[in-house]
Write a protein that binds this ligand. Structure first.
Ligand code: HGY
Ligand code: MN
Ligand code: MN
Ligand code: MN
Length: 427
């Protein structure tokens, strides 16, 4: 049948766009913030509701479901040769505070829809097909990005640290996972995938950038995913009364943090490449009173680059600046922790070819591009031949309520995914 796909575009791949849009809207209603924003945090009540919503849709698509001990959810369509490594696809449904309803979701609901599309067309897989909903791609609750896929990729250090991890309400990962029905087995190394599980992994995702829309291109074929890193810094000073302590006596932790934020920008701009980015997305002052000199400042830094060495160089410089600022201001560095410093990932040639041929059969314009956002694909690339399919999103907006992808663009992405899965299932 795949050859039929290849040869004639007459074979109609029917995407139920109406239903898919309704599912995207229904899923967005499981949120801790008011519509049109979405906030869905790991193991929260709304996350648990959203998980059962996804499991129902997987069951409805005839997939057999299993969950691992951190809540990665797998929906499997057994192929005619079930002992072969399977072809997998998927993404995440957790949403950072006040974000949108398409980031990640398009790659989970779109993957389930791709299974329906293949079913409707009479396709029968040779290699089994597996849809994965990854637990906690966003770092929101525990500061760990791609927690589920990082574990699947075999991170021994993460399997250990999860047992001591607590969120900033002092709720442990273990307690939160148990409250959502997971972590019955606290040995998280049982989550690790063995190398034969998957032959390929393909993720459908909105671009989270403006290129495809600006250039009027329907499909992005991702060739590489940028190298993300995150750093936590805590400054400590004496604090004190905002009126009584004269300026020469101060060691203001807040000003140290402010200087470090500007230093991040300086080092990133000095890297010599537009591909280096840096963000201070969290800057908290303690005690957070207008008339109290900050005695503590908590800074979280996100820095990325498609060139790992250049990114690591920026991290070095940020550390040097933190030390220089703390000495000059007489402020203590209570913590300087590199939370993650990940290498970039390259898409596999065979998967790129499968995606390209799918766009040709479907007569869709496409372009090769890198992903500046990270994704679960960054870690699945360590366990399978990886590829990503991007669709345009409105003005490139993401991680904010105005995030939007049209039903037509989503349907194009679903069809390219369906054909790519069909192709990979037979090679
Ligand atoms: O931050 C990221 O790149 C991803 O969207 N979580
Ligand atoms: Mn995101
Ligand atoms: Mn995402
Ligand atoms: Mn991502």
């Amino acid at each position: 049948l795949v050859h039929q796909f290849q040869s004639s575009s007459s074979l109609s791949l029917v995407v139920d766009s109406l239903n898919l849009s309704k599912q995207i809207d229904d899923l967005s209603s499981f949120s801790d913030s008011p519509s049109p924003s979405v906030t869905r945090i790991l193991y929260s009540d709304n996350d648990v509701r959203a998980r059962s919503f996804i499991k129902n849709l997987m069951a409805d698509a005839g997939l057999s479901i299993r969950e691992d001990s951190v809540g990665n959810i797998f929906g499997r369509w057994e192929g005619s040769e079930p002992d072969l490594s399977a072809v997998s696809t998927g993404s995440h449904i957790d949403a950072i505070p006040y974000s949108g309803k398409y980031d990640g979701v398009v790659g989970v609901l779109g993957a389930i829809q791709a299974i329906h599309v293949l079913n409707r067309s009479g396709f029968k897989p040779k290699r089994s097909l597996e849809v994965i909903m990854f637990t906690s791609e966003e770092p929101t609750r525990y500061g760990i990005s791609c927690l589920g896929s990082r574990l699947l990729a075999g991170s021994v250090s993460l399997a250990e640290t999860l047992k001591q991890t607590v969120d900033n309400h002092n709720i442990s990962f273990l307690d939160a996972a148990k409250s959502a029905g997971y972590a019955k087995n606290e040995d998280f190394s049982n989550v690790f995938l063995d190398d034969q599980t998957y032959s390929a992994f393909v993720e459908l995702h909105i671009e989270q950038g403006p290129i495809l829309e600006n250039e009027g291109v329907s499909i992005g074929i991702v060739t590489a995913i940028a190298a993300p890193a995150s750093i936590k810094v805590e400054f400590g000073g004496n604090g004190g009364h905002a009126g009584a302590v004269l300026m020469p006596q101060r060691n203001d932790a807040g000003l140290a943090a402010a200087e470090l934020a500007l230093a991040v920008e300086k080092h990133v701009l000095e890297s010599g490449s537009i591909d280096t980015v840096g963000t201070v997305g969290i800057l908290e002052l303690h005690p957070g009173a207008i008339n109290s000199i900050p005695s503590k400042a908590h800074v979280e830094i996100d820095t990325r680059d498609i060139d790992e060495k250049r990114r690591n160089n920026v991290i070095e410089k940020i550390h040097e600046s933190a030390v220089e600022i703390s000495k000059r201001r007489g402020v203590e560095i209570l913590e300087f922790k590199i939370v993650n410093q990940d290498p970039p990932a390259l898409s596999d040639e065979s998967v790129i070819k499968a995606m390209e041929s799918a766009t040709q059969v479907l007569n869709l314009s496409n372009k090769k591009m890198i992903s500046r956002a990270y994704h679960d694909s960054l870690f699945m690339a360590r366990k399978a031949a990886m590829g990503m399919i991007f669709i345009p999103c409105y003005k490139g907006y993401s991680h904010k309520p105005e995030e939007y992808a049209s039903p037509e663009d989503i349907a194009n992405g679903v069809k390219v995914l369906a054909l790519t899965l069909a192709n990979l299932s037979f090679n």
